[in-house]
Each structure stands twice: as C-alpha cells, then as structure tokens.
Design a protein around this ligand. Structure first.
Ligand code: ATP
Length: 379
C-alpha cells in the first residue's frame, strides 16, 4: 500500500503544521435543482494518492470535474497549492486529467500523442524528445513510439495516457476510473504499476473509483461518498477496521452486523443485547452512547472463528447451521444460519483440501470472536 511511504514521518494529514495541497471548501453542485455534490470539504496533501470512492451516481466524477475546471461549483471554493482556483479555467490550472477512455488521438503515434501537449506549449524540440523518451521509459512503453493506439492493448493505452499526462509536469493528476477498461488480472498488475509510478514522480493523484479493492490497494487515503456527501475519510486500514457507519462498513468488504441495544456501558467496554443471538455481545472499547441506545455491532468475517466445540465464554458466541460454503481458492466463506434466521459470514483459510475439512454443509457449528474485534456503529 502506498501509505507506507509516510511511515517514517508523521503522515501529513496527522500533522497540524502540514498545509493541504488541495483544499475543497464547502463545495456544492446542483444540476437543475438536483444536488450532485453536497457541501463537501476535503484536504488532500502533496504526494497523496487519494481516492474518491462510491457507488454510481454518488457525485465523485462531478467533484473530480470541478477540480479539473470542467464544471463550476454552485457554491464553495477550491484551492490548489494555496491559490483560489474556483474561477480559473481548466487550461490554466496546474492539473492534468486521465480519462477512463484514455482519449488518445487515434491517428497519432504513441510518441506524437505524448508530445502533443508539449508542442502546444511551444517547448523546444530537443526538450520534447527528451521528456517524451523519459516518460515512455517510466511507464515501460519504450519501443512502442511508432505504434498507433489501435495497435496497443488496453493496459498499454492506459500507460500512454498516463505518460501524456505526466510529461507536462502537472502538480496534480486527476484519474477518472483509470483502470476500468482492463480485465481483472491486468487491472491488479496495473494498480501496482500506477502506484510505483506515482511514488517515483511524487505528483499528487486524485482518483475516482467505484471498486473498493482497487481503492484499498492503491490509496494513501480514501474519501467514501454517498449521495453527494463524504461519509468518511481515512487510510484503507482505518476505513476497513474502523468504519464510522453501517453504510461504510457494508460498502468496504463483507461484514456481519448485529443490531441491538446497549445494556451496559463502561469506559473500557460495552455489552450489547441482540435478538439475532442468544448470548450478549461484549465489545472491548467504549462507545459514547448510553444504555438503551439502539446500535449495531459490526464484525468482519475473517474475525469470526468456526468450531464444532461449544465455547465456554459468557459472551460473543452463537450457534447455527452451515447453509453455504463459497470456495474462493485460498479461503472459503461459510454462510451460517442462526436460529434467529440471521446469516453470519465466516472466512476460513483453506489450510487443508476441501474433502478433508472438518466442517461441511448442514453441520451444526459454533461461531465466536474476540471482544476487541467488534465495532459499535450508530444505526
Ligand atoms: P459514476 O460512477 O456512474 O460515474 P458518479 O459517482 O461519478 O457516478 P456523477 O457522475 O458525479 O456520479 O453524478 C452525480 C449525479 O449528478 C448523478 O445523479 C448524475 O445523474 C448527475 N449529473 C452528473 N452530471 C450531470 C449533468 N451534466 N447534468 C445533469 N445531471 C448530472
């Protein structure tokens, strides 16, 4: 994950002295009275690979297009490197956009495509040649200079589009679902390549994605959007391990949610009664919600342990019947139906072959988890 580059220092978003590189302040965009982006404020720091993540129609592309200058905000302000860019036209912003379709010129060679922006800027020929060569090498496309886009694979076109963007030395690169056109294997490989390139050039990237795995793999931080609003901003681990709402917990990965009420609340734990299971849930962190409050406890499937021996603990276990086993190669996801009808997911590493596994379909099993693995979420 690209966030590792910050590990030796304080991450900029945790450093009160750090100045954001991109500041989005209370940006709203309406189209004919319909709100597409709703009062979004965000601070993005130099060198980040920040992802705007959310379902189709949540407003992420509109926000990206406002950063590029292709849309004007209805209200709010955008600052890049301390300069108010809200009313600056697209061509005067220090920003370059990589489109989903790559938007390469079909009649031009790879070399001409990458050189195009530099020729427009009137840069001397020698410098253009050197820069085009350097960036084609960076994206590992040296040797393809004379090909046309229709002689390239999707992944190669994506790399040329990136070189064309970076060669102009933008301060900020905006990527609109840059890998959407690639098949799964190539997409996974290109994700890592893109992160390596971004780290090498040190440019700030803001990327739009609806693919949570992609955002988790690539991003320094993620801004999760829904209905025009940012619900949570955080590093991939933070968003996964500490979602701030049921929506976020459900959007990022698979999750088990137990709706219930708080029956005991202390500074170091809470106890929750849920109609989904016979035993109460014990969560070993505080929640600033009073006894009697309706909440939900989230537990990730990989934190749920499966056994055929009844646990002796007072809390955090239940029993059910295996109704489905989804085999994914390295792991299997067991779907266990509790007496209440609730289905719980448990991810189990496939340490032995399928036929040798002790727990099979229709088996009565016990599910249990550690108290530190529950997360209290507001309803
Ligand atoms: P997707 O992943 O499908 O691209 P998105 O999250 O990027 O979705 P946006 O494209 O930002 O979503 O759209 C947000 C909302 O604004 C949608 O309801 C969309 O229909 C609407 N919208 C976007 N552009 C326009 C426009 N030019 N005119 C009218 N409505 C628009």
């Amino acid at each position: 994950m690209s966030q590792s580059k910050y590990l030796s220092n304080l991450e900029p978003w945790q450093d009160p002295k750090a100045q954001p590189y991109v500041s989005i302040k209370n940006i709203t965009k309406t189209f004919g009275g319909r709100i597409a982006v709703n009062d979004v404020s965000l601070s993005i720091y130099r060198g980040e690979l920040f992802s705007l993540l959310g379902r189709s129609g949540c407003g992420k592309t509109t926000l990206l297009r406002m950063l590029a200058g292709f849309e004007t905000p209805t209200s709010g302000k955008i600052f890049i490197d301390g300069m108010d860019m809200t009313d600056t036209p697209a061509y005067k912003r220090p920003v370059s956009m990589v489109f989903q379709s790559y938007a390469l010129f079909p009649h031009m060679t790879v070399e001409q495509n990458v050189a195009f922006g530099l020729i427009q800027e009137g840069i001397p020929r020698n410098e253009i040649r050197d820069r085009v060569n350097a960036y084609l090498e960076l994206v590992q496309m040296s040797g393809y200079e004379q090909r046309r886009p229709n002689q390239l694979s999707g992944g190669e076109m994506q790399r040329v589009a990136l070189a064309r963007s970076l060669v102009k030395h933008p301060k900020l690169v905006l990527l609109d679902e840059p890998l959407a056109a690639l098949d799964k294997k190539l997409r996974e490989r290109t994700q890592l390549e893109l992160v390596n390139i971004q780290e090498k050039v040190g440019v700030t990237f803001i990327m739009v994605s609806h693919d949570q795995e992609e955002a988790m793999t690539m991003s320094s931080r993620i801004g999760l959007m829904n209905e025009g609003r940012i619900l949570q901003v955080g590093g991939p681990t933070e968003i996964y391990e500490y979602p701030n709402s049921k929506y976020v917990a459900n959007f990022i990965g698979l999750v088990n949610l137990f709706d219930g009420i708080i029956v005991e609340e202390r500074s170091d734990h809470v106890i929750v009664k849920s109609t989904a299971m016979e035993k109460n849930l014990y969560v070993s962190h505080s929640a600033s919600v009073p006894v009697g409050a309706q909440i939900s406890v989230a537990i990730r499937p990989e934190k749920v342990m499966l056994t055929d021996i009844q646990p002796k603990d007072e809390y955090n276990w239940t029993s059910g019947v295996v109704k489905d086993i989804v085999y994914l190669g390295d792991v299997s996801i067991y779907h266990v139906k509790l007496r209440s009808g609730t289905v719980i997911f448990a991810t189990v590493a496939n340490l032995v072959r399928a036929a040798e596994r002790p727990i099979q379909w229709e088996d009565e099993v016990f599910l249990h988890w550690q108290s530190e693995n529950g997360i209290i979420l507001a309803m």
